[in-house]
Design a protein around this ligand. Structure first.
Ligand code: ZN
Length: 472
């Protein structure tokens, strides 16, 4: 048996236990930094498999690392397990039907993400033992991907310092390596303090914090015209200062996300946003303060590892959904709007477009593109990728054109084909990691490229040293 067949066999032998773990995490549906039951469940599974588990790493209650083996190289698999608020949905239903109205749900498929990576770690461990290879396999339980940047805190504490290569994946509606970069982001809260007064009788004594907040937003909207194309700035008002129009608002608060392709650029742009806030405070005679509450770097892709991973995905082959799976997939597809479908179809070939309505699952593998692409969003995997060569893939865990963070993702999260796709990702990660472990040339090439892409820069966490999840 070759590497692929061995890994496939090792993973499929434990399919039932992966299904049980994934469904439990789906049921728990815990939010960022509150994934207590999910983290304990996965930690326990690691211990049962013979891994040594360190809980509460980097000061994170739900962050953990499971480790097996010894010495170099050290290969890491990254797992996530947080859900999203407001996306509760019954399993096996293809119409919107929450279990609890406004309850939590796994709208990004992180129940599958955590377990797919766990399967990769277990298979890599089994392969190391069977072939008596030297090296360490780690599973990083990374909390709060959706909101909180768990991996950035872990990277800030040096948790990835001795790792040689890291691997992860994300559920999607395509099979491809994530050969892309992303925006870096700074998340901050801005607070304006003014003076309250009767808005009709004594307005001259009032200093409106809400005016300041509105002027800051107007200023930022003007700033947008004069920032780089790929940069993004968005905000949410979290405190308007009250609901009474006849009271001059003495306090107002909002959260900003400022994004740019590089850490230095995002710091520069953030300074300009702060200047706008200062201007708004000056105009309104109010006081402004701000606190950086989170952030992460831009993603550094790795061609050497991605090329190998994409070839392995092709060789392993996407697991064909059953007839029962296909019926469910078709019903989910039918629930999607024309906008979603037409948008997703833009990325298909003419041939693929002909059959996708009939069989709405992307069962092919997209080859690794020659040049990496760019996404305007951000991910905390980036902070890992600034410390160690990192490879990631997507697999078709969702019906074609499914949009992340929707009830349709939650509904698909416990389906057989979704778990099979998660385990397919596990196989691709385990095989790529083991190739890197067994082939010093590949690992050396990945490291050379990693250095070249950093271009002399070193990792600096964008979250200030005094900020922790519990300090927010
Ligand atoms: Zn996600």
């Amino acid at each position: 048996m070759g590497l692929i067949d061995e890994i496939k066999h090792m993973i499929y032998e434990k399919r039932d236990s992966y299904q049980a773990l994934s469904e439990k995490v789906w049921d728990f549906a815990e939010l960022h930094f509150g994934e207590v039951k999910s983290a304990e469940l996965l930690s326990q599974a690691l211990e049962d498999e013979g891994f040594t588990v360190q809980r509460e790493i980097a000061g994170l209650k739900t962050g953990f690392v499971g480790s097996y083996g010894e010495g170099k190289p050290v290969i890491a698999f990254l797992g996530e397990f947080d859900a999203l608020a407001g996306l509760s949905q019954k399993r096996n239903k293809t119409v919107h039907d929450p279990i609890v109205p406004n309850g939590n749900g796994h709208g990004c498929g992180h129940n599958l993400l955590g377990v797919g990576s766990l399967a990769a770690a277990f298979a890599a461990k089994e392969y190391l033992t069977k072939h008596q290879l030297k090296g360490t396999v780690r599973y990083y339980g990374c909390p709060a991907e959706e909101s909180g940047n768990g991996k950035a805190y872990m990277a800030r504490e040096g948790c990835f310092k001795d790792v040689d290569a890291a691997f992860s994946w994300h559920p999607d509606s395509k099979n491809a390596v994530q050969h892309l970069s992303s925006n870096a982001v700074i998340e901050a809260r801005f607070t304006f303090k003014g003076v309250s007064a009767h808005a009709a009788a004594l307005p001259e004594l009032g200093r409106s914090a809400l005016d300041a907040l509105e002027l800051m937003n107007v200023g930022v909207n003007y700033l947008r015209e004069h920032m780089a194309d790929k940069a993004r700035v968005h905000y949410a008002v979290t405190n308007t200062g009250g609901v009474s129009p006849n009271v001059v608002q003495a306090i107002a608060e909002e959260r900003f996300l400022v994004r740019s392709p590089k850490p230095n650029e995002v710091k520069e742009l953030f300074k300009r946003v702060v200047n706008v806030a200062k201007g708004a405070a000056l105009m309104t005679d109010t006081e402004m303060s701000y606190k950086i509450e989170g952030g992460c770097c831009n993603l550094i892709p790795n061609t050497a590892l991605h090329q190998v991973m994409a070839d392995l995905m092709e060789e392993i082959g996407y697991p064909e959904p059953s007839e029962k799976d296909l019926a469910f997939i078709k019903d989910i597809y039918a629930s999607l709007g024309d906008n979603e479908k037409n948008f997703a179809k833009k990325f298909l070939t003419t041939e693929q477009r002909k059959t996708i309505d009939e069989k709405p699952i992307a069962d092919w593998v997209i080859p690794c593109p020659e040049h990496d692409t760019f996404m305007e969003g951000s991910t905390d995997v980036s902070d890992v990728s600034w410390n160690v060569p990192t490879a990631q893939c997507f697999t078709s865990t969702w019906a074609f054109a499914t949009v992340p963070h929707t009830w349709q993702v939650v509904a698909q999260g416990t389906q057989d084909f979704a778990l099979n796709a998660a385990l397919y990702a596990g196989e691709a990660m385990a095989c790529t990691a083991l190739k890197a472990l067994e082939d010093p040339e590949l690992l050396a090439e990945a490291k050379r490229e990693f250095k070249e892409r950093l271009d002399g820069e070193t990792y600096e966490c964008l979250i200030p040293p005094d900020v922790t999840p519990s300090s927010l």
